[in-house]
Design a protein around this ligand. Structure first.
Ligand SMILES: [Cu+2]
Length: 131
């Protein structure tokens, strides 16, 4: 069992950015499996989504992806299991199945890419109040 856990740090300072440029000059692509984009997008404010869509930089290993939806109180929200898109092997989708009340939600995901390492990260989106 490979227990190497990677939390992909965002680059926060110009100095670190310069180091990253030097270290990553050959290829700008992330070395590890990570999240490319999502719907809802990170930090977006949206109507209650019917499902979550997470596009990864590599097709995740079969059965490796966990996607948890957590409300502002820290409680897990019931969702469906992650399902790989039939059209795009890098896209994993989760049905939410019910209307989310207004507030901030964290999407905590983990998955395994080509190098066999477990990668985990999270992002937040906000459900706006209904008008
Ligand atoms: Cu790795």
């Amino acid at each position: 069992m490979n227990t190497h856990i990677v939390k992909h740090a965002r680059i926060r300072t110009p100095a670190l950015f310069a180091l990253a440029l030097i270290a990553g000059a050959a290829t700008w692509a992330p070395r590890h499996f990570t999240l490319a984009r999502s719907l809802p997008s990170a930090d977006a404010t949206v109507a209650s989504p019917a499902h979550l869509q997470l596009w990864f930089t590599q097709a995740p290993q079969e059965g490796s992806v966990s996607i948890r939806l957590i409300d502002a109180a820290g409680d897990a929200v019931d969702t469906g299991e992650p399902v790989r898109s039939a059209e795009d092997a890098k896209l994993m989708e989760v049905e939410v199945g019910h209307t989310l009340s207004a507030g901030a939600y964290t999407v905590a995901w983990r998955g395994i890419g080509d190098d066999g390492h477990v990668v985990r990260d999270d992002f937040v989106f906000t459900v706006q109040a209904e008008r």
